[in-house]
Design a protein around this ligand. Structure first.
Ligand SMILES: O=C(O)c1ccccc1NCC(=O)[C@H](O)[C@H](O)COP(=O)(O)O
Length: 210
């Protein structure tokens, strides 16, 4: 079974549904422009009763040190997800600053984007292989768009990786079969409206990834 990360959680009932269905990672978005953004206090409450073995992931977009420190003072996190234009050097600095493992998201639109996975694989603890956002959006992720999964066939990186981008309960099994992903990440595909998670879709997604 592929491990599942449910990203952009903001309601306790959806956290409970994700945990009960077997999610291994819960994503909390600390990016003000996102419809899924939560405050550190909200994230702390959402993650308070998470059982051992389920990781609380804090998602940031080009955060400065002050934001990271202020968030971590208020919210226990197990993994930092970086979803902006962070360089490998910045990833390394954030690991040192926070003392937490870092998952670096890399947007893929074509073969020319794959080299960034190799570069980030030298420093990040995990890689998130996501669709490159379209120029028309202000959101660096969570756009519900897939990329051509065939680009990943036969590729290997130094670090564990998750597949993301446009995954749904209907296509996740095929995506896993084609790419060999051992972990998958979803946001829009388990929502009934933009930013609104749906417990039934969360359950269906995790079952389909199994
Ligand atoms: O979800 C957001 O609102 C978001 C905002 C800013 C940066 C990243 C964001 N989400 C990133 C994720 O981890 C998503 O799960 C990933 O991009 C896949 O999203 P989707 O295609 O909607 O499943």
């Amino acid at each position: 079974m592929a491990q599942v990360k449910i990203c952009g959680l903001s309601q306790p009932g959806h956290v409970a549904a994700a945990v009960a269905s077997g999610a291994r990672y819960l994503g909390f978005v600390f990016f003000a422009r996102s419809p899924r953004a939560v405050s550190p206090a909200q994230a702390r409450a959402l993650g308070a009763d998470v059982p051992p073995g389920v990781a609380r992931v804090g998602l940031f977009v080009d955060p400065d040190d002050a934001l990271l420190q202020a968030t971590l003072q208020q919210t226990p996190l197990d993994l930092i997800q970086l979803h902006g234009g962070e360089t490998p050097a910045r990833v390394s600095a954030i690991k040192a600053l926070t003392g937490l493992p870092v998952m670096k998201a890399v947007g893929i639109a074509g073969p020319e984007d794959l080299a960034a996975l190799t570069d980030h694989g030298l420093v990040a603890d995990m890689l998130l292989v996501d669709a490159k956002p379209p120029r028309t959006t202000t959101l660096p992720g969570g756009n519900g768009l897939a990329f051509d999964w065939r680009l990943l066939v036969g590729r290997r990186w130094l670090r564990p990786w998750m597949l993301a981008g446009g995954l749904t309960p209907d296509n996740v099994a095929q995506a896993i079969r084609l790419t060999g992903a051992r972990a998958v990440d979803v946001s829009s595909g388990v929502e009934s409206a933009p930013g609104i998670k749906d417990s039934d879709l969360i359950r269906d997604f995790i079952r389909a990834a199994g």
